[in-house]
Every structure is written in C-alpha cells, then in structure tokens.
Write a protein that binds this ligand. Structure first.
Ligand code: TXA
Ligand code: MG
Length: 324
C-alpha cells in the first residue's frame, strides 16, 4: 500500500529523531537518515554491514537546495542538474561544511541527488533537510525494488518503511563526477550515457573499476546468493545444460529469442525492452535465489542506453566473491 500523508509526517519525525527510514525512489529503495546527524548516519552503516569508508548519497527534495550542501559547482554540473533533476542522476561535487565526514567516508567530495518519486519528494520536503541514503540492502547484495524486499532483508532494523510501490527504473542512479569542467561517469545507471552526452554536447568517459574512488564498486556487488555465470546469448542454453550435468540447480535469465534449456531448475524470460529489463532485474535475481538456484546463467545486453547499467550490474553480480 502506498504511503499516506500521515505515514510521511511520521517518517519525517523519525528522521528528525535520529531514526532510519526506508524510502522509495524511482531507482531502488533507500535506507535514509538525517545526513547532518552523524550518529544516525553511523546506524546506516551498522544495519547494512557496510564499511564506513564507503560514502553515501545525500538526497534533497529540490535542486534549489544544492548550494546549501556543496561548493564550487562547475557550469557542466549545473547543466546536468537542470536537465536531469528530479531523476536518476547523482552528482559528485565538492563537499560543503554542512556535510559530516561520516557521510563522505572522509572524502572532500559529496554525492547528491534529487530523486523523482512522489513519496521521496514529499518526505524530503516535509523533513526539510537532506537524507543520507544508500540502497536499503545488506552490503554487497541485490538492491531492493519493493517495500517487501526491504522488509524481508532488513526487517526490524529499520524504524519505518515507506511503501511507494515497485520502483520504476529498477537500477541505481548514474553517478557523475562533476567536480571538474569535464564530467565523467563513475557508475552507469538510470540516466544513460547518451542522454548525458546529448546535454553536454560532447563524449564522456565511463570509469570502469575505480574501486578506490568509488568504494561501493567492488567487483562483487549487487550479487544474489547464487553464483552468476555470464556467457554470450548463443551460449546460454548450452551453458545451463552443462551446469545441470555438473549437479547445479540452474536458474536462467533467458533472452526471449532462446528456447528454454532442458532441466533448468527455474527460468526467467528476459524482456527485449531495456527499461522493462532494468525494472525487473533485481527482482529476477531475488526470485531465482528464492527458488533455490545455486547458479544463474545469463547473457549481457548490448552496452548501449540502459544496457550499459544492466551489463554493469550483471558483471558485478558475477564478480569474484572474495572481494565482496
Ligand atoms: O539510485 C541510487 O543511487 C540509490 C538510491 C537509494 O538513491 N542509492 C544508492 O546508494 O545506490 P549506494 O550507497 O548503494 O551507492 C552509492 C554509490 C557508492 O558506490 C558510493 O561509493 C558512491 O555512490 N559515492 C558516494 N559518495 C561518493 C563520492 N563522494 N565520490 C565518489 N563516489 C561516491
Ligand atoms: Mg547499494
């Protein structure tokens, strides 16, 4: 059920009192705390089991508040904010004095975004401040795209869960390092590289494995319990059959053009339309886990448009687990 006005008032009260609120955004659900309350921010890290050096995104109710939180905003960053906020874009900018070090993991920059979800915006407007919020999942696992995912994974560790229905975009925001005159993409997401390039009028770099600058980007992140194996679309069926012969309970993310492999334990058909695929992706991975699969075979979409973000998450889900 979607959050009511009184739910939103209550959630704002919880934030003011130093509590944790799970909030819907258009990308994934976030685990929010008052960004200016270091003790509340510390609770986010404890609940997620996330190392304190991994910085959080500060969520604002309006782009008008940007200058209260950051300094020295380059023209390109203003342009991106103007075009894509509210929306699935996060800008990394120089930290203003209002941002505690607990939020930035000691960095001199801070990530900010204005989410495009009516419940998130109502909460942030009512609260008045900024909400530091990572995705509302345990460190390294798959991000939640429904309130039920949050309840199942974090349960009583969260003081209040605002239900805003299933997330529209389904993968996290695009993170852009906008500290310099030439922005660069640190994490592909809901706003495409092509959209960003069209607004800026030039090509932008996509930084691959900037594990030091973006600590949330360890190779194995966004991972289900089952191991994930990526192959070309023409190899999905053969790989699934091979894994079954080795005794695996195989889950398959199956391109609609392929016939289902014999003996797969569970099959999720993957839609051709990238926005639909992105919206469903984390739900599919959760579903295959729930069905008891221990290995998931999938193929990567072409890395264009939203396909870049989907492929990025699949690669990380398939990354070496020791580095999680
Ligand atoms: O769509 C989203 O971005 C969701 C929703 C809840 O807004 N949030 C999200 O937060 O994905 P999280 O914490 O799961 O991922 C935030 C990413 C991490 O990879 C973190 O390292 C990076 O943002 N980040 C935060 N501050 C940064 C900074 N100052 N410089 C570079 N990267 C930063
Ligand atoms: Mg996350």
């Amino acid at each position: 059920m979607t959050a009511t006005k009184s739910d939103i008032a209550k959630a704002a009260e919880v934030l003011r009192a130093g509590g944790l609120v799970a909030l819907p955004t258009e990308t994934v659900y976030g685990l929010g705390a008052n960004a200016e309350d270091p003790a509340a921010v510390a609770r986010i890290f404890a609940v997620k089991g996330r190392p304190p050096s991994h910085p959080l995104i500060v969520h604002l109710g309006s782009a008008d508040h940007l200058d209260d939180w950051v300094e020295a905003v380059p023209a390109a960053a203003r342009l991106l904010a103007k075009h894509f906020w509210p929306g699935p874009l996060t800008l990394v900018l120089r930290r203003g004095p209002r941002v505690p070090m607990e939020v930035t993991g000691g960095l001199e920059t801070v990530a900010v975004r204005v989410p495009d979800h009516p419940v998130a915006r109502a909460l942030l407007t009512e609260f008045g401040g900024g909400a530091a919020a990572p995705s509302a999942n345990r460190f390294g696992s798959v991000s939640p795209t429904t309130a039920d995912h949050v309840r199942a994974e974090l349960g009583d560790a969260v003081d209040f869960v605002l239900d805003g229905g299933p997330c529209e975009v389904g993968v996290e925001s695009t993170i852009v390092d906008a500290t310099g005159e030439v922005p660069a993409i640190l994490r592909p997401g809901g706003v495409t590289r092509e959209d960003i390039e069209a607004v800026l009028g030039h090509a932008v770099e996509v930084h691959g494995s900037s594990a030091v600058r973006v600590p949330g980007q360890h190779p194995s992140h966004y991972a289900p319990r089952a191991r994930v194996v990526l192959v070309g679309p023409e190899r999905v069926v053969a790989e699934a059959e091979r894994a079954r012969e080795r005794g695996h309970r195989v889950g398959v993310l199956l391109p609609v053009s392929c016939a289902a492999p014999a003996g797969a334990h569970a099959v999720v058909p993957v839609p051709d339309a990238l926005p639909v695929y992105a919206r469903g992706l984390y739900g599919y991975l959760r579903e295959l886990d729930e069905q008891g699969c221990d290995l998931i075979v999938a193929s990567l979409p072409a890395e264009e448009g939203l396909g870049l973000a989907i492929a990025n998450r699949l690669r990380r889900a398939a990354g070496p687990r020791s580095e999680r």
